[in-house]
Design a binder for this molecule. Structure first.
Ligand code: ADP
Length: 497
């Protein structure tokens, strides 16, 4: 589709989460910040999101635009309504109370079970994304590019292919390849997909429907959230069976798979302006960080000591995030006098192990199981070191928050962690790039060795200040990523001309 150089680029950004209203992880943060940064850069963006209860409550004045009576097959009718968020940025809500207005999470009920009709719930979101991006759209606004995010929207490029004559260029972003949206083949009719789609070149994956594969197969371009993760998912170890397809897309002449590092929302995450912390500070007033340390210790009942560090961790409590590595390392961390605070929720057995550790070591280990945005800010500001030993990490936001907050992270060198954390060595200290500590093997021993190096550096105030300031000096905001996405959108339009 041709676009004039002068007309603003139009992007329909389809996503299942948007912070602060609906967020289970980094995708919610990305969906809040990236569309805003794109709009600031002059792109017209409409964000398509299910009208979950939190969004319905937040926007009582939303304006209904259109009712889609027959989205297809067993998919329920929906109304699309609209809210203006900022210049050039609107939220389009998919209102279908039977699918989306439920008590529980966006994907699971309160007891952690997947909603049984997730295929239809996110089939509808994908179906409407395709409709709005097609020549048959009922709206008077038609995008140049449809940008899908993760499996929940990744069926849209397949609908564009199988159900519409003409449509926008499509981009699918993989925020985490581990979640693929796999459903029984029998759902194909309910989802309004033709039987012809149930092939290896279509949406089929080992006898099931894979929403994510549909996007990987049918989108014009694929992105993921860091350059290192883009390479890793092309290898069997991190490819979840899709590495062959990803290699194929990467190796095409147009280089269809690219890694674009996420940014952080500096309106929310800046220690100089953060309203959730005890004392605001910057790279030149790092002494004030101590006040946050003290406030955090007091809030959690930790007996802090001046000569041993406070280690913080905020994440889903899962093996992906290396929660088990830290739990196994806990006795050794305590033997070094360290204090540990963990905030998160996830696998029941790992949560139970954290609770047991906290109960066995009051004043030395604090475990807060649950979601607590304000406490997350105070941990980033108050901890001395941040732990993020992920087995794999598409991008990761928390290590960037900790870098911006002068809390050097200890990470496993993988995915986005490898692209953001520069291991402290004599060479990287000398050239001014060192900002944290990275280790290789996913073992407790390797984690402890990195923590030991970090504690040694923490005890040298001049070295520590350099590390902190190196991390704080870099612009972690969304500007650079927004420019790369804009270039990508334009390149896929040029290719389609
Ligand atoms: P994920 O793989 O979960 O998307 P990221 O590091 O990319 O991991 O993003 C996680 C986001 O969720 C961050 O904004 C982080 O601060 C936040 N987060 C995770 N767990 C919690 C929690 N228990 N309380 C508050 N914020 C949390």
């Amino acid at each position: 589709m041709a676009v004039s150089e002068k007309a603003p680029l139009r992007v329909l950004f389809a996503t299942p989460e948007v912070a602060p209203w609906v967020k289970t992880g980094g995708l919610g943060d990305v969906s809040a910040a990236l569309p805003a940064a794109l709009a600031e850069a002059g792109i017209e963006v409409r964000m398509l999101v299910p009208a979950y209860p939190a969004l319905v409550a937040a926007f009582p004045g939303r304006i209904p635009l259109v009712q889609v009576e027959r989205p297809g097959a067993e998919l329920l009718p929906a109304t699309i309504s609209c809210v203006a968020l900022q210049p050039r940025l609107e939220l389009l809500l998919v209102e279908c109370p039977a699918y989306y207005e439920r008590h529980g999470g966006p994907y699971q009920d309160r007891s952690g079970r997947d909603w049984p009709d997730n295929a239809l719930r996110f089939g509808l979101l994908s179906r409407l994304a395709a409709l709005l991006a097609s020549s048959e759209t009922p709206l008077d606004w038609r995008p140049d590019v449809l940008h899908c995010n993760d499996w929940q929207t990744a069926l849209a490029p397949a609908y564009l292919r199988y159900r519409h004559e003409a449509g926008a260029a499509s981009v699918t972003t993989i925020h985490n390849l581990a979640f693929q949206g796999l459903f029984p083949m029998a759902r194909i009719h309910a989802l309004d997909l033709p039987v012809a789609a149930m092939t290896i070149e279509g949406v089929e994956f080992h006898g099931r429907i894979s929403f994510l594969k549909a996007g990987l197969q049918h989108s014009d371009r694929l992105t993921t959230v860091s350059p290192t993760y883009a390479r890793e998912i092309c290898e069997p170890e991190h490819g979840f069976g899709l590495d062959g397809l990803l290699r194929h897309r990467r190796d095409r002449r147009s280089g269809d798979l690219v890694g674009i590092l996420n940014g952080i929302d500096t309106r929310q995450w800046d220690p100089a302006t953060d309203r959730s912390i005890a004392a605001r500070y910057g790279a030149r007033s790092l002494a004030l960080k101590q006040l946050n340390r003290a406030a955090l210790g007091e809030r959690l009942g930790l007996a802090l000591q001046a000569d041993t560090p406070l280690l913080g961790m905020i994440s889903r409590i899962t093996r992906q995030k290396g929660a088990d590595l830290v739990i196994d390392a806990a006795p050794e961390l305590l033997a070094r006098g360290a204090r540990v605070v963990v905030l998160g929720s996830g696998d029941a057995d790992l949560e139970a192990r954290w609770r047991a550790l906290a109960a066995a070591h009051p004043g030395r280990i604090a475990a807060r199981i649950g979601f607590d945005e304000a406490l997350a800010h105070l941990i980033e500001a108050g901890a001395d070191l941040f732990l993020m030993p992920s087995r794999f990490e598409p991008c990761g936001l928390n290590q960037m928050y900790s870098l911006a907050y002068g809390t050097p992270p200890v990470v496993r060198a993988t995915g986005g962690l490898a692209d953001t954390v520069v291991d402290c060595t004599p060479r990287t200290l000398a050239d001014g790039t060192a900002n944290g500590f990275a280790f290789g093997p996913p073992t407790t021993e390797a984690l402890l060795a990195a923590v030991d190096r970090a504690i040694e550096a923490w005890r040298e105030p001049a070295t520590w200040r350099r590390l902190q300031r190196n991390g704080m000096a870099r612009d972690w905001g969304w500007g650079p990523a927004a420019r790369q996405y804009a270039d990508l959108y334009r390149s896929c339009l040029r290719a389609g001309q």
